[in-house]
Design a protein around this ligand. Sequence first.
Ligand SMILES: Cc1cc2nc3c(=O)[nH]c(=O)nc-3n(C[C@H](O)[C@H](O)[C@H](O)COP(=O)(O)O)c2cc1C
Length: 356
Amino acid sequence: MWPDTRLCDLLGIEHPIIQAPMTGTCTPALAAAVCNAGGFGSLGCAEKPLDRIRREVAELRSLTDRPFNLNFFTVDAPRTDPQTLARTRDRLKPWYDRFGLGAPPDRLPDLKPGFDAEKLDLMLELRPRVVSFHFGIPDASVLTVLKGAGILLIGTATTAAEARALDRAGFDAIIAQGWEAGGHRGSHRVTQPHEGVGTMALVPQIADAVSVPVIAAGGIGDGRGIAAALALGAAGVQMGTAFLRCPEAATATAWRDRLRAATEADTMATDAFSGRCARALSSRFAEEMAQHHDPRPGFIQMYALSGPLLDAAPDEEVSFHLCGQALTLGRDIGAAELMAQLARDTRDSLARLSPR
Ligand SMILES: Cc1cc2nc3c(=O)[nH]c(=O)nc-3n(C[C@H](O)[C@H](O)[C@H](O)COP(=O)(O)O)c2cc1C
């Protein structure tokens, strides 16, 4: 049915389409609808307390008996040197003044955003079919434990070198995340907003570099994009932005409204909110911060500085609405209908490309 069945065979799914983990935006209802429609649903677990992950997985399992993915970040505890903090506070001061917020915080919280022993134990308890990692590769001992429990591993690469490192570490499939992608760029090091390789160029180079199935991500918004990804050597796709307008997603109303009105040129890569590069709808604050190429406080400590602005300022002035460049292809339809449409349109696109 599909020209390449490696991903479907590996994950036990009907369509080689993964709904991207989107921490804070994907819900058990969204992931379950995708799973029940023959795709692969994901839950973003990165910054969630263990009890919340447990609750969400229980809800997901009450809605589907199909396999799914739990996603985590691999970043170390953030460190911010005093000069970087002082410079960032200076940059933010006029914005804080404008919205009557007083002085920007002079202390940043201690955080443990990575995948720690407690999360590993939780995975052994919950036993998802897949655990996926963003931003790098956990210790080999962690991977051995997960693999020993029969859990498949998927990791994100933004270059062929990162993909080779994931392949060597024993990952079962590799996401090739291109520049167009919504959300945080899963580079294994801190990058600048202007860096990045587009999906069209990245996917075939990663497909040539590794031995495991490649999953294309970034700017894939419909069946034409999926067909193109398959032609580039991917065994499947991971899509995030396409699901943001589904009623099952927890996308806030202002974010949905902006998505409906925006064009493909209205996104930008910015590190001004979290401390690492992410593609989001442009806002005046992000545009101004992009003028200064200062080092940022560590991921995700920077949220302590940007958070008060996000809460106080109007949406067009300061907002962090993550989305990719194919945003205008999104529709206000349920995830099951979207999945059926994506599968049908991909097959139509593939058929058009191989006339008899
Ligand atoms: C709102 C949003 C949140 C995201 N959060 C995560 C996340 O928590 N973990 C992750 O691995 N990827 C995350 N991503 C990136 C996706 O995994 C994927 O690379 C991206 O959505 C693909 O590009 P597209 O949005 O153009 O489809 C997020 C993307 C979006 C749009």
